[in-house]
Design a protein around this ligand. Structure first.
Ligand code: FPP
Length: 249
């Protein structure tokens, strides 16, 4: 039986212009759970299935980089029980998905302040990065304990140290030098940002890297997000005219 997304996927590929890099703010897990009178972690659990769905959809469409906002620095202020559930979910994700990701040539990178993770979660993500290091179809970056302002501050501090130690001149502080000190070093900027659950905010996500990204906001709550929604977001992207600050020719 043909999947309802098949026709749209064919159309997207014929059109050309699949975004190389898609970034996603996965929002609405709590509301999804609340609507079902379930505890919030049940929403995160359901959100994990949507992560699998978007990775598979990304591979099908030929997306080269997928960057998912899984846990922000601000999320450390949530109740300890919810943080614990999210960390266990991360370990669970690694255990369940590691082999599938490796066999699909997905390379996983974890972006953020990993020193704050529990030893078990840290060991799990280190193992996942090592197991998938050779993947070259899709780079999946999971932002965990991530905040864009902290990322930029860290890069500025590194450059300041290099200048103070005489290894760099102030005029050598360039955009390229900054970009090379961000967690995303070596990854091109996102072409498309998807945010679920209808909120119109950046929430301290990739503030430098999203400078010229197209935004697609959908009311769908993250656990309900399917590859069909991903393909619709790509179709929306393909209809945009990207000018990068220049005029249309
Ligand atoms: C935002 O929803 C979502 C999160 C804070 C966690 C995202 C985690 C997952 C999708 C599952 C785990 C993923 C991996 C890769 C293991 P919210 O809780 O802020 O929702 P709300 O705004 O409705 O309260």
């Amino acid at each position: 039986m043909s999947d309802p997304g098949d026709d749209l996927l064919t159309e997207l590929k014929l059109h050309g212009g699949i975004p190389a890099h898609i970034a996603v703010i996965m929002d609405g897990n709590g509301r999804w759970a609340q609507a079902r009178a379930l505890p919030r972690p049940a929403g995160h659990q359901a959100g994990m299935a949507a992560v699998r769905e978007i990775v598979e959809g990304g591979l099908q469409a030929g997306v080269r980089y997928l960057t998912l906002f899984a846990f922000s620095q601000e999320n450390w202020q949530r109740p300890p029980s919810e943080i614990e559930a999210l960390m266990h979910l991360l370990e669970d994700y690694v255990e369940r998905e590691s082999e599938e990701l490796r066999s699909n040539s997905v390379q996983v990178r974890i972006l953020g302040d990993l020193d704050r993770l529990s030893p078990a979660a840290r060991a799990a993500v280190d193992g996942l990065m090592a197991a998938t290091a050779a993947g070259d179809h899709l780079t999946l970056s999971l932002c965990i304990s991530y905040g864009a302002r902290a990322e930029l501050t860290r890069a500025a501090r590194q450059l300041a140290t290099e200048v103070a130690e005489g290894r760099r001149r102030p005029e050598e502080i360039t955009e390229e030098a900054m970009a090379a000190r961000l967690y995303t070093a070596g990854i091109p900027d996102p072409d498309l940002l998807i945010r679920t659950s209808g909120e119109l905010r950046l929430s301290n996500f990739l503030l430098w890297q999203l400078a010229y990204a197209e935004f697609h906001v959908t009311p769908v709550l993250w656990p309900d997000f399917t590859r069909q929604h991903l393909f619709e977001a790509i179709r929306d992207f393909q209809r945009r005219e990207r000018r990068f600050g220049r005029v249309a020719v």
